[in-house]
Design a binder for this molecule. Structure first.
Ligand code: GUN
Ligand code: ZN
Length: 430
């Protein structure tokens, strides 16, 4: 019934700035309900739980399952497509790749591959875009359910400015979203996200219809893109001449609220940041994507300072504009961007953004994001000896912060040696 994972436990804690740093630590998992039973010194836990099955990870790090706040599962197959900026990249690579998801068998295969890869990269919670096709969201829900991942997704809604085969209508968007919501929201660890792609591909009528749907279901997530690229921002100003700014387009439709997760938000005015904080909305910082498409440098420090505790910020891989599913790589890129902006993030901040901060941004921090008693037993074991370069660097690290930092700059899925998803240890070879 119990599994005791022993190793070097490192986790953020709710309401505490510092990380818990426990070499020779352990996490007891209750396999009967998939939650964390105890966290502490391994020697104490061995005595307290003498019948537990022991999984000894030696000196490896045991951290919470990672949280990806913004990722597109249909884009995994076209990751690393060398487009120009956002709008060109969407037309040339993204829309054709997404059109293939009209085929449900294709969607099911890709959803299984994607969810297996999330686990391989140590991601146990994610807020994910599907395609416009209802079957694509359905396929992801099913694959996530089979693996017991905590996945938030929904049908992408888009009724203009895209190829005809990828368009829905305001009515069909609401009907399909509602059907999926009723079938999947709250099933196991799954939740629904009302998902207008972004303002340029939704008419005002569609945004308002989705706002009404969200108002009728105040507990669901909303996800979309906001102020990622300057060309996109100019286009939005032309398409919505009556809106005060980009954020106001969503606000007027009732789409700015708690658990509304806005990807990118690179180019916000002070008014927009203030309004997003006032509404207790969330942002997903997607640094590898912003660099890859040349979208800009998200001013995390300034935005977090201006938004205060009311504006929650997590990290998103944003694959396929993002260049890696690895939260280690994403954290490493977030560090580099923060360096370029002159306000470098600390290792503790980076780990928090990748775990508990992301969970807070998605509104699931009661269940995941840290290794604390009663939370879902999602944990990742990181192996600093997983590549020769990392191994020789790790040997010279003298602090936990240095070691974690080296993992973020040099590590990727190879560094993930084991993952427990709600208490079940998943074979990394799977
Ligand atoms: N804005 C609208 N759609 C997308 C997308 O698929 N990826 C990114 N990075 N930005 C978008
Ligand atoms: Zn995106």
């Amino acid at each position: 019934m119990y599994t005791l994972h022993t190793g070097h436990v490192v986790t953020p804690l709710t309401g505490v700035d510092d990380l818990l740093d426990l070499p020779g630590g352990g996490v007891v998992v209750d396999r009967s309900d998939g939650t964390v039973e105890a966290v502490g010194k391994a020697s104490d836990l061995r005595k307290a739980y003498p019948d537990a099955t022991v999984a000894d990870h030696g000196d490896r790090l045991i951290v919470p399952g990672f949280v990806d706040c913004h990722v597109h599962y249909p884009q995994l197959g076209m990751i690393a497509s060398p487009g120009e900026e956002l709008l060109d990249w969407l037309d040339r690579y993204t829309f054709p790749a997404e059109a293939r998801f009209a085929d449900e068998a294709w969607a099911q295969t890709r959803a299984r591959l994607f969810t297996d890869q999330l686990i391989a990269h140590g991601v146990t919670t994610a807020c994910v875009f599907s395609t416009v096709h209802k079957g694509s969201a359905d396929a992801l829900f099913r694959a996530a359910h089979d693996r017991n991942l905590r996945i938030i997704t929904g049908k992408t809604c888009m009724d203009r400015n895209a190829p005809d085969e990828l368009l829905d209508t305001p009515d069909s968007a609401v009907a399909d979203s509602l059907d999926l919501l009723e079938r999947w929201h709250g099933v196991g660890r799954l939740e629904y996200a009302v998902s207008p792609r972004f303002a340029p591909t939704s008419s005002d009528a569609q945004l308002r219809a989705l706002g009404e749907l969200a108002a009728a279901h105040p507990d669901v997530v909303i996800q979309t893109h906001l102020a990622e690229n300057l060309g996109e921002c100019r286009w939005v100003a032309e398409l919505f001449p009556d809106a005060a700014d980009y954020t106001d387009v969503y606000d007027a439709a009732g789409l700015v609220r708690r658990r509304a997760v806005f990807g990118h938000a690179v180019h916000l005015s002070d008014r927009e940041t203030g309004r997003l904080a006032e509404a207790h909305a969330s942002l997903a910082h997607c640094p590898t994507s912003n660099s890859f498409l040349g979208s800009g440098l998200f001013p995390l420090h300034d935005t977090a300072f201006a938004g205060g505790d009311d504006l929650r910020i997590g990290l998103g891989s944003d694959v396929g504009a993002g260049t890696s599913l690895s939260p280690l790589t994403t954290a490493g890129e977030a560090y580099k961007v923060s360096r370029l902006l002159g306000s470098p993030l600390s290792v503790a901040e980076l780990l928090r953004l990748s775990t508990l901060g992301g969970a807070e941004a998605l509104g699931v921090a009661d269940s995941v994001g840290s290794l604390e008693v009663g939370k879902d037993a999602d944990l990742v074991v990181l192996d600093p000896a997983s590549s020769p370069v990392l191994e020789q660097r790790a040997e010279q690290c003298t602090t936990t912060a240095e070691l974690l930092f080296a993992l973020m700059i040099l590590g990727d899925d190879r560094a993930v040696s084991a993952v427990a998803v709600a208490g079940d240890t998943v074979d990394r070879a799977a």
